[in-house]
Each structure stands twice: as structure tokens, then as C-alpha cells.
Design a binder for this molecule. Structure first.
Ligand code: ZN
Length: 294
């Protein structure tokens, strides 16, 4: 083997020096750059996408498209944008690349979820003032939700995203974000087998005890943290705790999401954290208990 004394200028020269002229002749066409031998594939790997994060756009399709695709001081993007009228699913960022949709975020011990998630923006105006000046959230159309469910199923299947890692922006940034909001039908995702849902009988069973005695703020904060939220640990029902309770209610009890602690919310929090409290709908069997794992 000759000594290497100068810069190795091209691929063929590198190869000749290391394994001999005969092999180098085989690779003589590699002027384009590095050659990779892909004969072997490790079985020890998974997708970088661990989370699926759902958003609403707060704005119509055209304004959302501009914001999600053009540079600006506060540049944002998402992998997918689901238009409302007509319902069309656009891919704006390749799934292998990072989209900028989550911002400062936390879920189940993970932070900076842009790096490990796929983001879906759903065109919806969010909370809009009605004639009396009251903020009202806007409904999603059936067809748009059908498209979101189908997209989620496709992504989850390919990346093997766990049910407990399909979240809303409000879940990973409570107090800062509310989307996809209380009108987003999380139960539809449960019916499609995408997420687990609290066992209704178990929830009903727990309510009377919490009506008799509502737990204190520390209990609520412990349960919210166990579930996956990054919330206050002050021991008080402070603003952050109420915002986090509100985010939890939007998902599981969307008809009242005032953030106030109550017996039904306590029962839901106990059940979602119980080993046999969640039910996952699948084709076979139709439903089965589901225990999430961190
Ligand atoms: Zn969002």
C-alpha cells in the first residue's frame, strides 16, 4: 500500500489507494461523489416521527397557505394543510424534513417537538366573535374531518405513531395555544382506532366520590403531569393549571372547557391514568383495553 502524501482528489483515486486498482475500475464511473453500498440494512431503527400534532389555522385557506409557505419574521410551516372548501389535503413539507409548527412544546418528557413530529394544519377560523361580541369556536365540516382521519391513519401506519402521541397543539403548549380547539372531534379519532378513549362506565363510576370530595390542586397537577402535560406544580389552581385543565377538557369533555376543576374532570383524569382505564377501538377485537407507555 503506497503512502498517501497529498489530497485525494476524486472517488476513483481514493478507492484505488485502499482496495486496489481492479476494484477501482468497477467504480470508475463514480465522478458524482460518495458511493454508498446499501447491501445491508439494520433492523434496529424506527421513524424519527414519534408524534402527530394537530392544529387549526386561524384564518382561511389563502392566508394560511401564504403563512405556511412564505418566509417571514415568524416563519411557520406544517407538513400537511387540510383545506376546507373544497376539501383538499396538501403536503407542504416532506415528512423527512422538519416543519416549524410546534414551537416551544412538551409532551410526556419530550421537548422541542418540531424535531420529532409531523404537523397537520386544518383550515378553520378558530375562535371568532359573534354578533354580541362573544368568542365562539367554529365547527369543522364532516368532509374535512374525514380527510383528517384518513391522513392520520396513513401517517400513523407508516410511522407507527402510538395512540398517546397523537396530540393537539393545546396539549403540548397549554396556556399558549388552544388549537385544534373544542370543536375538533377527538372522539372521531378514537372511533377510527387512532387514539384510546376513557372507558365511559369507569368514568361514571368515579364521579360520585369526586362530587363528595373534590381533590386539591396538587392532585390535579399530579394527574395532568402523569397524563403527559407540562403544567404548574404550584399546589394552587393558578392560571397555568386552569389552562391545562381546559386543554384536557377540550379533548375529552368539549361541551364545557372552562378549565375549572370539577368531579367529571377529576374522574376523567383518574381513568385516563389507570392501567385499564382506556379503550382502543380496533377491527379485531372491536375494542380492547389500552395502556399507554412513556
Ligand atoms: Zn397550532
Amino acid at each position: 500500500m503506497p503512502m498517501i502524501t497529498g489530497p485525494i482528489s476524486n472517488c476513483a483515486q481514493r478507492f484505488a489507494l485502499s482496495v486496489g486498482i481492479a476494484t477501482a475500475l468497477v467504480l470508475s464511473g463514480c465522478a458524482s461523489g460518495v458511493r454508498i453500498d446499501t447491501s445491508y440494512t439494520s433492523e434496529n431503527q424506527d421513524s424519527r416521527a414519534l408524534f402527530l400534532v394537530l392544529h387549526y389555522t386561524v384564518g382561511n385557506f389563502q392566508s394560511a397557505l401564504g403563512m405556511l409557505t412564505k418566509p417571514s419574521n415568524r416563519a411557520v410551516s406544517s407538513h400537511y394543510l387540510v383545506r376546507d372548501d373544497p376539501v383538499i389535503t396538501y403536503r407542504l413539507v416532506d415528512e423527512n424534513n422538519r416543519a416549524w409548527h410546534a414551537g416551544p412544546s412538551f409532551w410526556k418528557g419530550h421537548t422541542h417537538l418540531n424535531a420529532s413530529s409531523i404537523g397537520i394544519e386544518i383550515v378553520n377560523p378558530g375562535a371568532v366573535k359573534d354578533a354580541e361580541g362573544k368568542l365562539r369556536f367554529s365547527a369543522f365540516s364532516e368532509a374535512q374531518i374525514d380527510a383528517v382521519v384518513a391522513l392520520c391513519q396513513d401517517i400513523v401506519k407508516r410511522h407507527k405513531i402510538k395512540p398517546e402521541n397523537i396530540v393537539g397543539h393545546a396539549d403540548i403548549a397549554p396556556g399558549r395555544k388552544q388549537d385544534p380547539g373544542p370543536m375538533f372531534p377527538w372522539k372521531r379519532l378514537a372511533q377510527a382506532g387512532l387514539i384510546a378513549w376513557p372507558d365511559a362506565l369507569k368514568v361514571a363510576d368515579k364521579i360520585p366520590a369526586y362530587q363528595a370530595h373534590l381533590p386539591d390542586a396538587t392532585w390535579f397537577q399530579d394527574k395532568l403531569t402523569d397524563y403527559g402535560f407540562n403544567t404548574s406544580r404550584s399546589g394552587e389552581f393558578d392560571a397555568m393549571t386552569l389552562e391545562t385543565i381546559g386543554a384536557f377538557q377540550m379533548r375529552y369533555r368539549p361541551d364545557r372547557f372552562d378549565g375549572l376543576p370539577d368531579a367529571q374532570t377529576a374522574a376523567l383524569l383518574e381513568v385516563v391514568n389507570s392501567p385499564d382505564g382506556m379503550v382502543l377501538t380496533n377491527s379485531t377485537p372491536a375494542t380492547q383495553p389500552y395502556t399507554s407507555r412513556w
